[in-house]
Design a protein around this ligand. Structure first.
Ligand code: SAH
Length: 651
């Protein structure tokens, strides 16, 4: 599960007591972290690191190089150990404590900043322990206001985070002014959330409209600030999400900056780095734009080695996108220049590269074009070498610098207890879950309110796969779910096939497949041991496979005396196929061959009928049914089907 835990590295496990080593070794192995034990319990058989100093000193050594530290010690001991080292919420690692009985696991610090809460829940899953989550927002099913934007690559701006967070968790009306960026973060809010959505992106749910009406009715002008509409006047705190500088208001405010500002730069060779930085700062200030909202710098490829531009990209930690003169020449700009065209072969560098960079996106949402809000300006400054041109384009869709992942997860036949622990772990780690509505409903209890859920119609498999790939390439951790095993008539093949057609390099996005219990296994387990000898699965769906191929395989399975599980046996539009399948089997097998017709196995409406090949069509068969046909030695015994293992020649 290396991809899941990479985000929590460097991850350390520490215990001082020899009896706890086994469980920690187990966690450490799965998570590929560092296990630390005191030298005095050194043992060559242990795959661990040993520290020679006191634990207090050792902690000082690893502290600044840790994202998460997991202790198996008493809470009191851990509290005393870390107290002198805690300095800043932003930089302190997440501290997680497992109680010595391995029954409870609690996150002490770094709940949001380093996703300590999430790691706590994942480790609890692996240990079958109870996660204790104390952060108020999590318990109220509200987004963690000080960290939710990281998912989309947003940058945190200024603000009184403590007051605004407190306001939200105390359910006091809080204004959300979202001017740019995706609004997925507010799609699963609980009914009684405290947010009032200002102009910009709105809470369009019925509850949202009702809340807004209520506020309009009772408003009594405490905070009648010019930027607030009537509905917004009662708010006691504000969250601003946009590319501008944080608004000045008389209530506590925090801001998140989606990265939608694209800065195009053109300059003379060897222009002073200071002049370039001053110029960009000046244009940002003129347009009240926030530096944190910059997605990228952009220029012509001839300037890819321009020292001043590279220095600025490095100093502000921004990517630099470069384009050829041919690419730039295709962009319509308001201020083309024939001089520039003569010099570098395109009419515009700053304006065209800002617009070109801003039109980047692989998200399907990107059905708009960026706007040039700051046309080019030329800067020169006494005493500083060269000249620089700066232009800025705004795009509504943010650039996400994070690296996404794709988890292809089989959720088993239905009931949650049939999900593997690994699959549950991946589900918890995912930021967006994509799947057919019914399957998502079946695993709903495992999902977290902060996760984005996208359901789709059962027939939209290709769209689902393409969307999942695009979102992972954009920067999200995406879980695509299939019932049963995702690699057996599931989404895994489709996703990988599409990626292969896109010349995927096998690495970006990283992919991990999580197997699940497929329908035929869950059916078999309910009725004994019918799959005890060679078996096969055949899907009767001829939507993607020609019917003559399916018929050929039915003959092959029947002549080969394979126990055969028939998937997708019958739908409203495909009625004939199961009749043909029965006829084919009757050509080679006795009419008395035991058959199981298993519907909705492990789900609430489960039904299992044991019958024979001759009689099988007298029972209801539909799209949630698997038909299992025994081989020539499969026997019925009470309510079970038994296929002999073979060695004894009898059961
Ligand atoms: N990936 C799935 C199969 C999807 S194809 C898996 O590995 O199980 C869909 C078909 O699977 C259905 O038409 C039905 O034949 C079978 N199926 C899926 N879930 C089932 C269940 N709970 N009970 C019986 N059959 C099921």
């Amino acid at each position: 599960m290396k991809y899941i835990f990479a985000d929590y590295h460097p991850l350390h496990f520490i215990t001082t007591s020899p009896e706890k080593i086994e469980q920690l070794e187990y966690l450490n192995k799965i998570t590929q972290g560092f296990l630390w034990l005191p030298k005095k319990i050194h043992n060559d058989n242990l795959s661990a690191n040993f520290y020679d100093s006191s634990l207090r000193e050792h902690l000082v050594n690893i502290w600044s190089n840790s994202k998460c530290i997991v202790f198996c010690l008493t809470l009191g001991a851990v509290t005393r150990l870390i107290a002198p080292l805690l300095t800043n919420k932003k930089t302190d690692p997440a501290i997680i404590v497992i109680d010595p009985a391995f029954e409870y696991i609690i996150c002490l610090t770094g709940e949001h900043q380093h996703q300590g809460d999430k790691l706590t829940e994942i480790l609890a899953e692996l240990l079958s322990a109870k996660a204790i989550i104390t952060s108020a927002s999590s318990n109220l099913n509200l987004p963690a206001i000080d960290s939710f934007g990281y998912t989309f690559g947003w940058k945190k701006g200024e603000g009184d985070w403590t007051k605004v967070s407190a306001n939200i968790t105390q359910n006091k009306p809080t204004l959300i002014k979202q001017e740019s960026g995706l609004n997925w973060w507010c799609q699963n809010l609980p009914i009684n959330h405290p947010f009032i959505f200002g102009e910009g992106i709105k809470d369009n749910s019925k509850e949202g409209e009702k809340r807004e009406e209520d506020f309009l009715k009772q408003s009594d002008d405490d905070f009648a600030k010019s930027i607030f509409t009537e509905a917004e006047k009662q708010v006691q705190a504000m969250v601003y999400i946009g590319v501008n500088k944080t608004p000045r208001v008389d209530i506590p405010i925090v801001s998140w900056h989606p990265r939608g500002v694209w800065v195009g730069i053109g300059c003379e060779r060897d222009t002073s780095p200071i002049l370039i930085e001053n110029a960009v700062n000046s244009v940002l200030a003129q347009y009240n734009l926030e530096k944190n909202a910059i997605a990228s710098l952009a220029t012509i490829d001839l300037k890819a080695d321009e020292v001043g531009i590279l220095e600025l990209a490095q100093k502000w930690q921004l990517p630099l996108k470069t384009f050829t003169s041919e690419e730039l020449n295709l962009i319509d700009v308001p201020n083309p220049s024939s001089i520039v065209e003569h010099e570098v072969g395109t009419k515009s560098v700053a304006e065209a590269s800002a617009l070109k960079a801003g039109s980047w996106s692989n998200l399907p949402e990107n059905n708009f074009s960026p706007t040039l809000i700051a046309p080019k300006q030329i800067f020169k400054q006494e005493g500083l070498k060269g000249a620089v041109t700066v232009a800025i384009a705004l795009s509504n869709l943010e650039y996400n610098p994070r690296q996404g992942k794709l988890y292809l997860i089989g959720t088993g036949p239905g009931a949650i207890e049939y999900l593997t622990t690994a699959a549950k772990t991946a589900l918890r780690d995912a930021e967006i879950i994509i799947g057919y509505g019914l399957y998502i409903d079946l695993i709903k209890p495992l999902l977290h309110p902060s996760q984005i859920i996208e359901t789709s119609n059962i027939t939209q498999e290709k769209q689902r796969a393409e969307r999942a790939i695009a979102l992972a390439q954009w920067g999200l951790k995406v879980a695509v779910i299939s019932s049963g095993d995702c690699g057996i008539y599931g989404m895994a093949g489709l996703v990988l096939e599409i990626l292969a057609n896109q010349n995927w390099d096998g690495k970006q996005p990283p992919i991990q497949v999580f197997s699940g219990i497929t329908a035929m296994q869950s059916v078999a387990a309910k009725i004994g041991s019918p799959l005890m000898h060679d078996f096969c699965a055949i899907s009767l769906s001829d939507l993607l496979t020609p019917w003559d191929v399916i018929e050929k395989r039915l003959h092959a399975a029947a002549t080969g005396d394979f126990i055969t599980a028939i998937y997708n046996p019958r739908s409203q539009t495909r009625q004939q196929q199961i009749i043909t399948a029965q006829n084919i089997f009757l050509q080679y097998r006795s009419g008395n061959t035991p058959v199981a017709i298993a519907r909705s196995v492990t789900r609430e409406d489960e039904s299992i009928i044991l019958t024979t090949l001759e009689e099988m069509l007298n029972h209801p068969i539909d799209m949630v049914t698997t038909v299992l046909i025994g081989n020539s030695s499969t026997k019925r015994y009470h309510d079970l089907l038994i296929t002999p293992r073979g060695y004894l020649g009898q059961c």
